[in-house]
Design a protein around this ligand. Sequence first.
Ligand SMILES: Cc1ncc(COP(=O)(O)O)c(C=O)c1O
Length: 453
Amino acid sequence: MSDSVKYLLDEEHLPKHWYNINADLPEPLAPVLHPGTKQPITPDDLAPIFPRAVIEQEMSTEREIEIPEPVRDVYRQWRPSPLFRARRLEKALDTPARIYYKYEGVSPAGSHKPNTAIPQAFYNKEEGVKRITTETGAGQWGSSLSLAGSMFGLEILVYMVKVSFNHKPYRRAFMETFGAQCIASPSDTTEAGRAVLAEHPDSTGSLGIAISEAVEAAVQRDDTKYALGSVLNHVLLHQTVTGLEAIEQLQMADDYPDLVIGCTGGGSNFAGLAFPFLHQKLRDDLKTEFIAVEPSACPTLTKGQFAYDFGDTAHLTPLVKMYTLGSGFVPPGFHAGGLRYHGMAPQISHLARLGMISPRSYNQLECFDAGIRFAKAEGILPAPEANHAVRAAIHEAEKCRETGESKAILFNLCGHGHFDMQAYMDYKAGKLKDLQYDEGEAAMALAGLPSGC
Ligand SMILES: Cc1ncc(COP(=O)(O)O)c(C=O)c1O
């Protein structure tokens, strides 16, 4: 085994295909349903909001889907991303575990999100779309789509969840630098936003509400479509470049993971790293375990219900079968804004349901503590979302210290926290609390799940 700290691939090794797990699922996914008829949706139903190529990918069961050359060209700006062996962290933890992390913070926006922003912008441009609307939680996705828009000459309109809009003015400035327009959600620019404000004038917003606003704004104009930064099959597909690269990089390290870990908001960074390894596990009957980590304040996989639900608050989206806390649930305003979503990707939900993914949750204070321990050892300050994966990796490494086992732990360091310094300052000043989700509110939201499907 080598003693390297980073494993780098040259541009020639940038994957030529994404990996589509729909080809290998032990049981197929439940169909996506039309919200009116409750019948399986058709490509035509999705055409008002997504370009045709994206709809094809959403429904595809092809194992490999080619990455278009113009997309690979942009990927080359930062991909392949490095895989690190966390030797200093291992030493600090005094653990026999071998800890690896795939670092997606090297992208221009600072996270894994451009992996799907770039192809989505590309496919829209190819089909003559002029403008894309979207939502953003932490601002990472909005930033990524903004830069993708500027690369492909598209107008971008971003509805940013209000609590993050207020916490993170520099994210907004980042988006505007790339020419995007950024509006705090809920806003008075859409019916969906106005309805929320009428009932809750002080609403901090949620991803569910921001999605409603963005979808509503998209369907109002013929030259406009909508892009989603997580949850849907095509988004998870685009993220698999990370896992495909990591497989090659671990070969350079002459190692293989016993555990693959990622934080889960909608599920895309976790899926991106995990699915190519899951493919190998299914094919070769391997023992690798997969841990999806979510915030205790928004415990979709660990406390939610597996049911058909809407992806947004105003019920404009199709119905997908997923773990959900109810589309009306508004998570408390904790700092990992990208993890404040009531649902979870259908593919992740399905695999968790089949017992192939183990979900767990942590509170925000222990996650910030883990992130700072990681930063002190490795020199990289993680995004608050990524701290959830760091927390789990440290937890597992500490277990190895107790048992003497030397497991190989791989996690996705899906973004840096350079725009999240207010959160770190609040944590240091003792101003952050472990926020509990309101079980009554979740029960009410779940009671409103759509019936008849
Ligand atoms: C850095 C970062 N990590 C994770 C997430 C959660 O999304 P996903 O679960 O799709 O990776 C976000 C979402 O905004 C994010 O910005």
